[in-house]
Structure formats: C-alpha cells, structure tokens
Design a binder for this molecule. Structure first.
Ligand code: B12
Ligand code: SF4
Ligand code: SF4
Length: 286
C-alpha cells in the first residue's frame, strides 16, 4: 500500500512510503544480514542521511545503453573523464557483492531578485568531505562485521542515479534528477561498496506524470525526453567548462555564477525539501 501525495501542477504521484514499511523481511540464515542492515539504517539516520537502500553490483541494460548513447551523442561536452574507461564505469570490481546507497538532503537557497546566483548544493562545506565523514561510522560497522567497505560520493566511475533508483530511493525524473521519496530532488547521492552479501531492495517507483516543467523552464534548453545535453546546461557551462564561454553560452548562463538550480526549483517534488529557515551569508536565505 502506498500513500499518494497530491502535487501541484500536472505531476501526479510519488510513492512516499515510510522506510520501515517498504523493507522486505528476512529470516533464517538472512538474520545476520537483517541485523547489520538495521544497524546501518540507524547509523545512517543518526548521521544525517534520509534514506538507505541496497542493490546488487550490476547496471541494467537500458541504463548502460543510455549512458553509451549519451557519450556517442557528445552530450558529455568536454568532460573527457566521462568518456574514459567506460567499461570500468559499467562494471564493478570482483570483490563487490552489494552496494549500500544513501540520500543526504540539503536545503534550497533563496536569492533576492536580480542578484547573481549560485547552486544550493555549493553552500557551506564541500559536500564531498562532509558526506565521506558521515559515511565513516557505517563503513566501520561493516568492517566490524568482517566485511570490506569502500565509500563513494560523486565518484564519476559509479552511475550513482542508476544505483539509487534501483535501491528504491526514488525515481529518475525528466530532469534526470533522482527524485527521492523523502526530499524530492534536494538530495546528494552516495554509498558504500562492500563484499557482504545483503538482500537487495525493490526498485523505486514514481512518475513525472504529464509534468514537463523542468524541460520547459531550463534556461539552456538542455533537457529533452532522452535526458540532458551538458553542452547547453548552465551547470556544466559554469562549473565544468574549462575554456572561455562563447557569447551564446554567456547568454544562457545569465544570472548564474556557479551551477544552476532551475530544474530542481520548479519540480513539484521539491516541496519535500527542508524548509528555508536559516539566514545565510551574502543576504541569501535558506
Ligand atoms: C557528470 C555529472 C554532471 C554533468 C552532467 C549531468 C547529467 N545529467 O548527466 C553536469 C555538470 C551537467 C551536472 C550537473 C548537475 N549535477 Co551532477 N553529476 C555528474 C556525475 C559526476 C555523473 C553523472 C553521469 O554519469 N551522467 C551521465 C548520464 C547519462 O547518467 P545519469 O544522469 O546518472 O543517468 C543514468 C540513469 O539515471 C538513467 N537516466 C538518465 N537520464 C534519464 C532520463 C530518464 C527519463 C530516465 C527514465 C532514466 C534516465 O540512465 C543513465 C545512465 O545510466 C554525477 C555523480 C555520479 N557519479 O553519478 C553527479 C550528480 C548526478 N550531480 C548531481 C547534482 C546535484 C547536479 C546539479 C543539481 C548541480 C547544480 N545545482 O548545478 C546539476 C543538475 C543538472 C541535471 N539536471 O542533471 C547529483 C544529483 C543528485 C540527484 N538527486 O540526482 C549527483 C548524483 C552527484 C551526487 N553524488 O550527489 N552533473
Ligand atoms: S541545471 Fe539548469 S541548465 Fe542544467 S538542465 Fe537543469 S535547469 Fe537546465
Ligand atoms: S519538474 Fe521535471 S523532474 Fe520534476 S516532476 Fe516535472 S517533469 Fe518530472
């Protein structure tokens, strides 16, 4: 049974199911796995993560093909590192038996009209550091149970969204964002590779319905039914592009200094984001 949440606009339903209710039950020889899973969930929630799921170390065929098409169409732009060691990206090391995937929420930012803007994820300490630190107690728990543990966060050789969707943490929207069950698009993704064999979760459910807000409002017109073309994405143009921008690229970038949050802000599922309460630097509010 799922709780359907009514949404603004034309998007329809996100299955928001309390974590405990969604979990499969394991018994008998799986008792040990269930125990460690429970301890990991507890540590995750205590350390600022909003959801945790487990997935087997494989990337489904449709995601592999989507990734190859994305490269073949040049949609990675000048991010050459994305085109390197493709097989390595689609396979996992032999020792990896399960992946524990997590979401970590972060709040939106509000800017006064007409001001230069930067993406909400860039506020505060570098999230790579914060998250690696927050994952440490979970990695230690796995090691204490005799397992190997390697943390990943924004690691380009791991297709994190594909894993998160299959681990049941949400679904991929037309913006290509993983829309989490708890905080919509306002989540980072990360995880731990381990050699422990843990029972996998069921894939996430949910749909954009007829909503196309992100496609319609994207300043670079970078989104279509196939996904995202980095070459037109303001986030790419302001963070990843190493050469000077052309006049046309400059026009797309507009008010954005670093990153871009338009496809996140317009998403009806963003209403699950944390409330903007804490005043921040440079007159910006959270
Ligand atoms: C390269 C990269 C970028 C590039 C390219 C983004 C892109 N959409 O491919 C650029 C610089 C543009 C970028 C921008 C941003 N990024 Co970025 N980025 C990455 C990185 C390192 C790799 C992504 C990748 O492999 N892309 C290749 C495409 C083909 O793969 P994919 O998007 O992961 O999609 C896979 C599946 O989801 C599925 N799929 C893809 N599209 C679609 C579409 C549909 C309709 C369906 C059904 C399925 C589907 O198939 C794909 C292949 O397996 C990941 C970290 C990681 N290791 O995964 C972070 C990551 C995706 N980025 C992240 C963030 C936060 C952002 C920004 C919001 C930052 C900002 N505010 O400026 C924007 C959002 C732009 C957007 N709409 O995607 C988060 C996303 C969290 C989330 N909730 O989804 C990640 C996961 C980092 C993290 N660890 O938290 N990013
Ligand atoms: S980050 Fe901005 S430019 Fe890139 S896809 Fe989203 S709305 Fe479009
Ligand atoms: S804004 Fe985009 S990602 Fe969000 S529900 Fe609408 S179509 Fe889906």
């Amino acid at each position: 049974m799922t709780d359907a949440i009514p949404l603004p606009g034309r998007a329809r339903v996100l299955d928001v199911i309390p974590v405990k209710r969604r979990r499969r039950r394991w018994s008998g020889s799986s008792g040990k796995a269930a125990d460690i899973r429970e301890r990991l969930e507890e540590l995750a929630f205590r350390n600022g993560f909003s959801d945790l799921g487990v997935v087997a170390p494989e990337i489904p065929r449709e995601d592999r093909e989507r990734f190859r098409r994305w490269l073949a169409q040049g949609r990675h732009g000048e991010m050459e590192y994305m085109a390197r060691r493709v097989e390595h990206r689609l396979e996992f090391e032999d020792w990896v038996k399960s992946l524990i995937v997590l979401t970590r929420p972060y709040p939106p930012l509000r800017f006064p009209k007409g001001k230069k803007r930067y993406a909400a994820y860039a506020e505060g300490e570098d999230y790579h550091k914060t998250i690696r630190r927050a994952l440490l107690p979970l990695a230690e728990e796995i090691r204490a149970a005799g397992g190997r543990a390697r943390r990943f966060v924004d690691t380009s050789s791991v297709l994190e969204r594909s894993l998160a969707a299959r681990a049941g943490l949400g679904f991929i929207g037309r913006s290509t964002m993983l829309l989490s069950r708890t905080h919509g698009p306002y989540v980072f993704l990360c995880g731990i590779k381990t050699d422990l064999v843990l029972p996998p979760d069921s894939p996430g459910t949910g749909t954009c319905g007829e909503c196309r807000r992100c496609i319609e409002t994207c300043p670079g017109n970078a989104l279509d039914e196939e996904g995202l073309d980095s070459r037109k994405c303001v986030s790419y143009l302001t963070i990843e592009l190493k050469r000077p921008r052309t006049l046309e690229e400059e026009r797309l970038v507009g008010e954005w200094e670093f990153g871009c949050d338009v496809c996140i802000e317009v998403c009806p599922y963003a209403k699950f984001a944390l409330p903007p309460v804490v005043p921040r630097r440079r007159g910006v509010e959270r």
